[in-house]
Structures are given as C-alpha cells and as structure tokens.
Design a protein around this ligand. Structure first.
Ligand SMILES: Nc1nc2c(c(=O)[nH]1)N[C@H]1C(S)=C(S)[C@@H](COP(=O)(O)O)O[C@H]1N2
Ligand SMILES: [Mo]
Length: 320
C-alpha cells in the first residue's frame, strides 16, 4: 500500500493556501486512519469551498499546539455556542453575521498604571501573531480541535502595568440589543461576563484570539476578538470582547449567576468532577462520526503538565 502525503503530489508551494494544507493534512490523516489507498486530490479541491473571509496569516507557534486531526472550518463555524444569538447550535452561524464590527474598541483598565483603549487593528499589532492548535472542551461534553490565531494575553496585560491590587481579570463582551435575539430573551444576565485569576490570565496558554484557520474570526466564533483558555470548559473563553478589567475581587460571572451549583468560577476541565446533571468523564468529538466511540476527557483538558501547578493545594472538587 502506498500512502502519499499531499506535500508530495506535485503541487507548487505557492498554490497551497494555509487552509488547503490543513484540509489536505486532515484528509490525509483520516485516510491513514481508515487505511485507504492513495490520496486523491479531493482534499485539496475542498479549498475551493474556502470561505470569503479575510486572511490573517501567522506562523505556527513553537509551543503549545496539540497534534490531533483538526475539525473542519465547516464544523468550527456552524456548531457554536454564542447565547447572545440564541441557544441553538446553528443560531450563531445564522444570526451573528448581523453584528456591527466597526468601529470596535476594547477598554483595558482597573488596577493598572496605564489604562488603554485600543481599536482592533492596534490590538492585533501589539504582539506577533501565531497559530496554535488547541482542544476546545465544552461543558456539554463535546469537543473540537481548532487552529486559533492570536498571541498570549500576557503580552497585552504587561503593557497596561498591573498594580498590586490586580488579582483577577474580568472580560466583558459586546451587547448589540437590536440584533441579538438571545439578549432580548434574557437567557443570561447580559453582558456576558467571564473572568480569570491573574496567574491564569498571565499563563502563556491563555490566548487573545483574532483568527481561526488563518482567517479573521467569523462573527459566530467571537469576532473581532475573544479569549481562549484551553484547559477550562469552553464557556470561560468569552467572545467578542469589549472590556478587560483588572481588579482585586473575583467577578460574579454570567454562568455563576445563572446556576452557581453547576458552573463554578474555575471551570477547569475535570473528568473526576461531574456536572450535577451529567458525567464529565468522556466527550464526543464533533465530526468524528456516529459510530466512533466517545473519547476519555483528561484533567485540565490534557494541559495538566502546563497548568496543574497553578492549583497546587486547592481542593478542585470544591473549587470547580
Ligand atoms: N459572549 C459569549 N462568549 C461565549 C459564549 C457565549 O454564549 N457568549 N459561549 C461559550 C461557550 S459555552 C463555548 S463552548 C465557546 C464556543 O466557542 P466556539 O463557538 O468558537 O467553538 O464560546 C464561549 N464563549
Ligand atoms: Mo461550552
């Protein structure tokens, strides 16, 4: 049996867009997994379906990426949680396109010596962008593997010079009442508020994210910028940020306010601590197919080596 990778079937490097490489690699991995014969050009042809979304090229970062088959652009952009636009998985793809993305500024203030208000271009240019492939594990026990583009949030936080009072970071996200059906329905208390302890926010894994799959974020994934914290349940990764505030007290987040016994402040992925209504021991990988078995969920979503030290001495069942 011969197995040829997409990079040796005679395609000029100049013809390979980032997305065609990803799609081809994914296709190749799938074929390898299924033990089928040589690669056809079908995977590369899928680049023709590449979305008309502005490119945001960035090199793959030297650290932190996981080596697992990527979810497709289609999966990542049509199966979303973004409750401002409704609770259905397809609601964000259907409605978030109405979001007004310009002008857009983010205010970074609170316990800092140099508060800042920056527009998206200025924020994007603040540190070198890189691509990182992260696992995303939703509290609802499904998961994806996503190639994000951004830089460590710590690069931004260092610029504002946190004071000694800065022990927590609070993320506030956009409210555009007229175009967000979920906000009018009062599903949660808006704006959507999330937060991190300062050391979590400063951890290099915490990514200030501007893109996915080498393109700027589509609205349903949190355009124009969001945060991604891969060792925590997905709801911590707040979309469409408008404010980042440093303060001495932990915030009451939207999910804690809605159901304090179900959604804790830490929300570290933890198979040993069930959600009150379901187990967190396993997860369904989106796109894996109906007949594939569920995957085991790992402590800290597989990032324990990098982050477990942040929680030394803490009772993680109590601080869930
Ligand atoms: N503003 C806002 N951010 C949000 C949410 C939301 O409803 N509103 N949902 C969260 C949840 S539950 C998950 S799992 C992730 C999903 O991100 P994705 O749609 O890009 O995969 O976004 C998180 N960020
Ligand atoms: Mo989630």
């Amino acid at each position: 049996m011969t197995m040829r990778a997409p990079w040796d079937i005679g395609i000029q490097p100049s013809e390979i867009t980032p997305e065609s490489v990803w799609q081809a690699r994914r296709c190749w991995l799938q074929q390898a997994a299924w033990g089928t014969l040589a690669l056809s050009t079908a995977g590369l042809a899928r680049a023709e379906n590449a979305p008309e979304w502005p490119p945001l090229p960035a090199p793959r970062g030297p650290r932190w990426s996981v080596d697992e088959p990527l979810n497709t652009w289609q999966e990542i952009t049509t199966y979303n949680n973004f409750y401002e636009f409704g609770t259905g998985k397809s609601d964000p793809a259907e409605y978030a396109g109405r979001m007004r993305l310009t002008p857009w500024t983010v205010r970074i203030d609170g316990a800092v010596r140099k508060p800042l208000t920056l527009d998206v271009d200025a924020l994007r240019r603040l540190a070198p962008l890189e691509e990182r492939v992260y696992r995303l594990r939703c509290v609802e026990a499904w998961s994806m593997v996503v190639p994000w583009t951004g830089y460590s949030l710590s690069s931004l936080l260092r610029q504002v010079e946190p004071t000694e009072e800065a022990r927590y970071v609070v993320f506030t996200t956009a409210v555009q009442l007229d175009i967000m059906p979920g906000v009018a329905d009062r599903i949660l208390d808006w704006p959507y508020v999330e937060g991190l302890r300062m050391d979590e926010a400063m951890h290099p894994l915490t990514l200030l994210t501007f893109g996915v799959y080498g393109r700027t974020l589509p609205p349903q994934n949190g355009a124009p910028l969001r945060v991604v914290i891969p060792w925590k349940y997905g709801f911590k990764s707040a979309k469409s940020l408008v404010g980042i505030r440093l303060q001495s007290e932990p915030p009451v987040t939207s999910w804690m306010r809605a159901a304090p016994s179900e959604y804790g402040f830490y929300a570290n992925v933890n198979p040993a601590v069930p959600h009150p209504r379901w187990s967190q021991e396993t997860e369904r990988r989106i796109g894996a197919g109906f007949f594939s078995s569920r995957l085991p969920t790992h402590p800290f979503n597989g990032y324990a080596e990098a982050v477990a030290g942040l929680y030394k001495g803490m009772d993680l069942a109590r601080n869930f």
